[in-house]
Design a protein around this ligand. Sequence first.
Ligand SMILES: Cc1cc2nc3c(=O)[nH]c(=O)nc-3n(C[C@H](O)[C@H](O)[C@H](O)COP(=O)(O)OP(=O)(O)OC[C@H]3O[C@@H](n4cnc5c(N)ncnc54)[C@H](O)[C@@H]3O)c2cc1C
Length: 398
Amino acid sequence: VTGGEFDVAIVGGGPAGSTAALTLLRYSALRVIVIERSVYDEWRVGETLSPGVQPLLHYLDAESILDRGQLQNLGTAAAWGGSDVVSRDFLFVGAGEGWHLDRARFDRSLAGLIEERGGTLRTRCVVESEWHDDDGWGLRLSSSGFLGVPRVPRHSGSEELEEPRNSEEPQTIRARFVIDASGRAATFARRRGARATQVDHLTGLVAIFRGRATGSTLVEAAEDGWWYSAALPDDRIVVAFMTDADIIRERRLHETAAWQRALDATRATRERTTAAPLLHPPTAHPAHSQLLEPMWGDGWIAAGEAAVSFDPLSSMGIGYAIASGIQAARIAARPSDEACRLYAEDVAKHFAAYMERKRGYYALEGRWRDARFWQRRAVNAPSPQSDRPATQSPDWSR
Ligand SMILES: Cc1cc2nc3c(=O)[nH]c(=O)nc-3n(C[C@H](O)[C@H](O)[C@H](O)COP(=O)(O)OP(=O)(O)OC[C@H]3O[C@@H](n4cnc5c(N)ncnc54)[C@H](O)[C@@H]3O)c2cc1C
């Protein structure tokens, strides 16, 4: 063992992985390591943080990270089911004020707390291979970018990263339990034989403009999908078109000119970006709903998007990732098959309920019933709901 011995190794330092680590560091004396592929220096998508997340951050004594250069969200307005833009606070989980995040900054701030609280964070690092024996796991780590293992600085608000430490050789660590929090890729779980059931092919084409928008998130339905836009910290605006992968391919929407033409055809969204310079052209991000099966095995469990992922329309992603990170940590502290089984059942139950509400919500938009994007989402939609006024939205948080 060249890299140390730990009780819990967490693969992935996004919201799920970092909160799993912070739970263990706050509520147990276990030795924790987080293995993160990046150095949090690249743009990350997923910007709207729902207000329901605050108590979870309080539980982790991590609320202060929201003071570090994030923006208050003043609600959600939507043109959904009609062309008028009206206030639709229900659209994203929980009414009230949430936040517009610089996601890389948010994830980096959360991960920065791990070392402050006595945990180990290895950035630009991946698990190359692993084996399981009577003593737990042996994990072979290697650098994901270059040789060396840089750390996120202790002052997590800082944008600067420390120079790589001198550890060129791949390392082996030992850990009793592994939490896979590597996001949709679920890299560790997949190597253990788990597979995700993917229920759609939703993809986000996400671009950034320079400029100021009002404080609310704007959602606007269109024939081929839907748009969202929001103000971001540092005078930026995120504009995303959510549609299906095959529609993107056919219409070449990943090309900036075609994406821009689609934006120009909107009513409300384009007004936010008139005369605003494009900072980052659209890039594609998978946003489909999926459920991992199995979600746990001997000595490991999946948390966050590695276990389950939701349509961004629900804005459930970060909140659910944090909640499941906390749950997975509690199981890792006292692992048992029974606890893992109950956790997996609970996630699957949430996913089934979410799927019903998702269908109901998409059915509220009736202007393009024959269009492929909307037809696909209307399958099995409970028909009475499709005639409900858009103000009676399903409650995503139930
Ligand atoms: C277009 C789009 C818009 C969205 N909008 C919202 C929104 O407005 N609000 C919301 O709440 N959610 C939103 N989401 C969802 C949200 O981003 C996710 O739910 C959330 O990021 C999940 O957190 P996580 O920690 O599980 O996974 P991730 O955030 O994906 O974190 C995984 C981490 O693991 C690291 N990693 C990956 N592979 C490895 C590996 N092999 N080894 C080591 N590390 C690895 C990654 O670098 C990353 O840091 C959106 C998603 C998309 C695609």
